[in-house]
Design a protein around this ligand. Structure first.
Ligand SMILES: CC(=O)SCCNC(=O)CCNC(=O)[C@H](O)C(C)(C)COP(=O)(O)OP(=O)(O)OC[C@H]1O[C@@H](n2cnc3c(N)ncnc32)[C@H](O)[C@@H]1OP(=O)(O)O
Length: 409
């Protein structure tokens, strides 16, 4: 049996830990990271944002084996109404295969999230490798996305569908210059959308052969208000859309007109297609946008209820007391929210008002407007004796469009 520490020693990473972190993570995920992978990641690696778990028998020696890792990226995330909040995106979570189910993840998550609270973060985010892990830490599903496939020859545009034009083919250098501004304008519109730093853009555009899955290098299309990056898989005669971002309906239609006119391509495949994407309405047969997979995307956990709820806008006027239960961090309590389309305020209260009781894991999905309070109530994450209060929350928290995070991490 491997040695099992009763309670691991936690320490902050240093720049020298990157290789050991990637080794632990690679073993955890069954991946061998190359030297190039490690050096590509280095500009995104801020050691201060990484916590490592070690065996107390090693006395937290820098060179002792790493038993567990968690880190975070510093994102800004958009809320319904357009305000943004700084939000750590939890990442690189792994526990050594020899030391699982002994509380190492719980120890790391507890320390890391206490740090987020101390730093004043109102919300934290992650994408989950498995769905059963993070609900206990107060996270709930905030974005969903679907993979779609389109048989190109059958996907004709309906008569009268817009054909705005204005798309150019560009190379990777021009894409690196033009895409960040378009992406920034897109993040301002979409709840849940994540900011990208310059270092993130550099990494995103590297397009290493090892990450192409047998496809070509990226091709890029740009419009004044949108862009698309794709690769061709010749054996499958497939165009794989890696990213399509549109700030306007015109850009969306113009980019899809080009993608669906790619002769020699049988299938256009999109890995992450928004649930409320309007492409089907442009086609003579909307069913040609075939969903092949539906997945949860980003999960969110509220860390500061008043700060998070007062930063967003609400679809209808709402005045309600939320009674939030937070067994993991004990940051719950009763909060009065008064909000509407023009602004909101939220404060901790002792009692009073129509109240809705909820688990903290339901608050992330509500905050970004992608889940109905009525659905959470049917799922047992939220309840109220006052049907009018529940209807009020249900109507007020919906966003104008479904949340998307847009950046995998
Ligand atoms: C945001 C991201 O980075 S997602 C990536 C997560 N990492 C991976 O999937 C890599 C492979 N897996 C691992 O490294 C580990 O199994 C981890 C990190 C998921 C879990 O680490 P462990 O140290 O085994 O977790 P720990 O023992 O602290 O468990 C904490 C709780 O989560 C539960 N749990 C842990 N892993 C899982 C799982 N895969 N499925 C369901 N429940 C789980 C435990 O039962 C425990 O529950 P309890 O405290 O309510 O009794």
């Amino acid at each position: 049996m491997p040695h099992a520490p009763a309670s691991p020693v936690l320490r902050r990473a240093t720049a020298d830990d990157l290789r050991a972190i990637t080794t632990t993570d690679g073993r955890g995920f069954g991946v061998h990271y190359s030297d190039t992978d490690i050096e590509d990641f280095r500009p995104l690696f801020d050691p201060d944002r990484y916590l490592l778990a070690q065996d107390p028998a090693d006395g937290a020696k820098q060179d002792g084996p790493i038993l567990g890792v968690t880190g975070s990226f510093p994102f800004e995330v958009t809320l319904p109404g357009g305000a943004t909040l700084p939000a750590p995106g939890v990442t690189w979570v792994t526990v050594a295969v020899t030391h699982r189910r002994r509380g190492i993840l719980r120890a790391l998550m507890t320390e890391q999230h206490r740090g987020f609270v101390a730093d004043g973060s109102a919300v934290s985010l992650l994408t989950a490798s498995e769905g059963a892990i993070y609900g206990r830490f107060g996270y709930g599903i905030t974005t969903q996305h679907r993979a779609v496939e389109i048989t190109r020859r059958r996907a004709t545009f309906r008569p009268g569908a817009p054909d705005p034009g204005g798309v150019r083919e560009i190379d990777g250098n021009e894409a690196r210059l033009l895409f960040p501004d378009i992406h920034r304008r897109w993040t301002a519109l979409v709840p849940g959308a994540l900011s990208r730093s310059e270092a993130w853009w550099d990494n995103h555009m590297l397009d290493r052969e090892s990450r192409r899955g047998g496809g070509t290098a990226l091709f890029h299309l740009v419009h004044a208000d949108g862009y698309a990056s794709y690769r061709i898989e010749h054996g499958e005669r497939t165009c794989r859309v890696v990213e399509l971002v549109s700030v306007t309906a015109e850009a969306h239609a113009a980019l899809w007109r080009v993608l669906l006119a790619l002769d020699l391509v049988e299938t256009v495949a999109v890995w992450s297609h928004p649930l409320d994407d309007p492409l089907g309405y442009l086609l003579a047969d909307p069913r040609q946008v075939r969903t092949t997979r539906l997945r949860d995307g980003m999960w969110a956990r509220v860390l500061d209820v008043p700060a998070a709820l007062s930063a967003r806008r609400y679809r209808t006027e709402v005045d309600v007391v939320l009674d939030v239960h937070d067994p993991f961090l004990d940051l719950g309590g009763r909060f009065r929210l008064r909000g509407g389309p023009d602004g909101a305020e939220c404060e901790r209260v002792a009692a009073g008002g129509p109240s809705v009781a909820m688990d903290i894991a339901g608050l992330g999905p509500l905050l970004f407007g992608g889940e109905r309070a009525a659905t959470l109530a049917r799922g047992g994450l939220l309840e109220s004796d006052d049907p009018a209060a529940l209807r009020g929350v249900d109507a007020a928290f919906l966003a104008d469009r479904l949340p998307q995070h847009g950046t995998e991490f």
